[in-house]
Design a protein around this ligand. Structure first.
Ligand code: NAD
Length: 265
């Protein structure tokens, strides 16, 4: 509990349920005084997100499917009308055909799913930043979520890894473009978390326990860990930080080999 976000208003995109990373972030922001608006994708998720948004005292729960740009426009039109300005946005959106998140990237990746994955999981961040930045007249902070499969090969992560690489490059380009307006753009690269999206990746359970055994902290991260780091990146604590890919992964990204115990198995 604190007041780091007191007086700040922001949009949370990507809560599907109480296991979502975006929910971990939203809880931390609300506990620190932020006023939040939420989006949801489709009616089924809407029913799950409604009580969560209500729990944090949110007045805005808006439908948004990033494949339909009119729904993205409608969200920002509503926020402009109701709030007039925006301090932060969390983009925690990712999708790819599950069938292509197992097996060899080289064998399973189709043109259609490549395009769809890129638009939903990467390009939508540009479209969100374009609209959010117009409402950030006093500066702001924009955050997305990525994964280490962007820079290093992880089994089964496949086309999502390619999309996350694009997303991370986008963070840098957008940070450079919006920096002069006092708008910061960063990403959190989270370690594996058990969520709906996480479960879509082939052999997720095995990857999860491997990271637990081999990350320096010998544990996986939870949505509260990610939430606290997001609080830093979305609050004034990180006013001098932009264009960063901040790892919240128990340190897994720094190791090049499994632990000795694992190697000698
Ligand atoms: P999640 O399933 O809870 O959230 C994914 C969200 O993306 C859902 O709310 C879903 O509605 C939304 N989404 C998908 N397609 C959409 C569309 N067309 N329009 C609007 N929204 C859409 O899973 P999560 O793990 O919390 O995922 C959030 C973000 O974190 C994703 O970008 C994911 O890649 C990233 N991430 C997840 C992990 C992990 O291990 N779970 C690790 C690192 C990064």
């Amino acid at each position: 509990m604190g007041d780091l976000m007191k007086g700040k208003r922001g949009l949370i995109m990507g809560v599907a349920n109480s296991h979502s990373i975006a929910w971990g972030i939203a809880k931390e922001l609300a506990a620190n005084g932020a006023e939040l608006a939420f989006t949801y994708q489709g009616e089924a998720f809407g029913k799950r997100v409604a009580p969560l948004a209500e729990q944090l005292g949110s007045k805005f729960l808006l439908p948004c499917d990033v494949e339909d740009i009119a729904t993205v426009d409608a969200v920002f039109d509503t926020l402009e009308k109701e709030w007039g300005a925006l301090d932060f946005v969390v983009h925690a959106i990712g999708f790819s055909d599950k069938a292509q998140l197992k097996g060899r990237y080289a064998d399973v990746t189709t043109r259609d799913n490549f395009s769809r994955t890129m638009v939903i999981s990467a390009y939508s961040f540009t479209e969100v930043a374009q609209r959010a930045s117009k409402l950030m007249k006093e500066g702001g902070s924009i955050l997305t979520l990525t994964y280490g499969g962007s820079t290093r090969v992880m089994p089964n992560y496949n086309v999502m890894g390619v999309a996350k690489a694009a997303l991370e490059a986008m963070v840098r380009y957008l940070a450079a473009d919006y920096g002069p307006e006092g708008i910061r753009v960063n990403a959190i690269s989270a370690g594996p978390v058990r969520t709906l999206a996480g479960a879509g990746i082939g052999d997720a359970r095995a990857m999860f326990s491997y990271q637990k055994r081999n990350a320096p902290l010998r544990r996986t991260v939870d949505i509260e860990d990610v939430g606290r780091s997001a609080l830093y990146l979305l609050s004034n604590l990180s006013n001098g930080v932009t264009g960063e890919i901040h790892y919240v992964d128990s340190g897994y990204n720094i190791v090049s080999m499994p632990t000795l115990e694992e190697l000698k198995k």
